[in-house]
Design a binder for this molecule. Structure first.
Ligand code: PGA
Length: 251
């Protein structure tokens, strides 16, 4: 009953020409896939171009971050209102690279999430533990704090506009995927936590994506886990063939 969602996070890659070429190559490979939501997240400067290239295809467009005010004296920021204006339907918030390198906190994640939802965007809300945190058995504690912080004061009625992405930091860009069992264990924990914060029916409906070195070779095992509803893909989303291979995980 939960529609799978496969999202590509292009990070700081792709010129306008490269972004257009990728969409043009990807679209025919996935146009017949009807039961999977497809999202790509280009850099801000390429969003408009990618929205045009995606046109009437099934590909939806996300931003990789946003600010929480609609407008004002906030040099360098981009608001959810402007993302909506340029044609985004989704926005990634709280990616571990933003937390690690750009001072993102659970509080800023929460403000951004609320603002994005208010504007009508769907949020891909990222959580994930570092290697040190996993090794010191703090995974669940870290995930719980990030999730409670990120979802603070967000009412149940808004939960359908949030997709949670579990991305263990040690698996991002390292080629080291969490095993299907490791991922499922945390996904089940997240779903139980959503049931506790909201209710079992909200928990049942919320989609939880896995992210961290997802490839065509490992997507099948991940998607066969009961609580994994899709993937947030970095490296493998930069090539049409591998991203299409992930989107077509059903074969
Ligand atoms: P990766 O990145 O697939 O290259 O590990 C995932 C992500 O950062 O979303």
């Amino acid at each position: 009953m939960r529609t799978p969602l496969i999202a590509g996070n292009w990070k700081l890659f792709k010129t306008l020409a490269e972004a257009t070429a990728l969409i043009n190559e990807l679209a025919p490979l996935v146009n017949d896939v009807k039961d999977v939501e497809i999202v790509v997240a280009p850099v801000f400067t390429a969003i408009s171009t990618v929205v045009s290239a995606a046109g009437k295809t099934a590909v939806r467009v996300a931003a990789q971050d946003c600010y929480w005010e609609d407008e004002g004296a906030f040099t360098g920021e981009v608001s959810p209102k402007l993302l909506k204006d340029v044609g985004c339907s989704h926005v990634i918030i709280g990616h571990s690279e933003r937390r690690q390198y750009f001072g993102e906190t659970d509080d800023t994640v929460n403000r951004k999430t609320k603002a994005a939802i208010r504007t009508g965007l769907t949020v891909l809300l990222c959580v994930g533990e570092s290697l040190a945190q996993r090794e010191s058995n703090d995974t669940f504690k870290v995930i719980e704090a990030q999730l409670r912080g990120g979802l603070a004061d967000i009412p149940a009625a808004e939960l359908p506009h949030i997709v949670i992405a579990y991305e263990p930091v040690w698996a991002i860009g390292t080629g080291k995927t969490a095993s299907d069992t490791q991922a499922q264990e945390v996904h089940a924990f997240i779903r139980a936590l959503v049931a506790q914060i909201y209710s079992p029916s909200e928990a049942d409906a919320v989609r939880i994506l896995y992210g961290g070195s997802v490839k065509p070779e490992n997507i099948n095992g991940l998607m066969s886990q009961p609580d994994i509803d899709g993937a947030l893909v970095g490296g493998a989303s930069l090539k049409a063939e591998s991203f299409a291979g992930i989107i077509r995980f059903k074969g």
